[in-house]
Ligand binder design. Sequence first.
Ligand code: 5GP
Length: 251
Amino acid sequence: MTAFSLGALLYEGKAKRIYATDQDDLVAVEFKDDATAFNALKKAHLAGKGELNCRISALLFEHLIRCGIPTHYLGVVDATWMAVRPVRVIPVEVVVRNVAAGSLCKQLPIAAGTVLEPPLLDLYYKDDALGDPLLTEARLERLGLLTPEQRQRLGDLALQVNGALRSLFARVGLELVDFKIELGFSAEGAIVVADEISPDTCRLWDLQVNDPQDRILDKDRFRQDLGGVVEAYGEVFKRVQGVCPEAGVYR
Ligand code: 5GP
């Protein structure tokens, strides 16, 4: 790494490590090859996953920025490292659903594959020990994490992200079924998209494939023991790379 020196490890999550650097306005993110599911009850080491998620996230963040959506992203550093602005992460997992899948179908009588129009926005309180519980608007208000204006902005941004990503993925034959993003406050107090956007955090189905298992190109391959996880992520990278400019290297 040439542009900065690494400082202390600030945070280690299930799939990433976040480091301080010698620059106050820059933190470095290392994408790991570790895969976890079901609140880390299921774990594996998947060689190459970290690099693919780093590269896919970079392309998608750059796409969002071109669409006028603010993010923490600054550039890639090398295969598994990304430079980002430090943000105060809002402990809310923001999920947008275009097609019913996953927990929605377990919790409500909605058949898997049902198109959700308009898309459904679900907010979860980010706390592994509590199992990331679904938030109601009243619970969110009670927690006092966001003003009403910030809550509105968070939802607006999530739906903008959905529009930008859904059309990008559709261009490369992928259906964006649902995804989770995390947002944070920048040093200037703006709400920006943070964390990562990758097949770890999105459900992506191959539009050319009808088989309900074969079409899965995301972390559900790991969750459901379908195999071919890294190969599926590689396919997503190849397709997205085909329609996006090369990710900028942070210097
Ligand atoms: P579900 O509610 O079905 O578990 O997840 C909805 C979408 O959000 C899926 O695309 C899923 O990958 C993503 N998602 C929800 N929670 C998490 C999480 O804690 N970690 C990751 N990586 N993705 C999540």
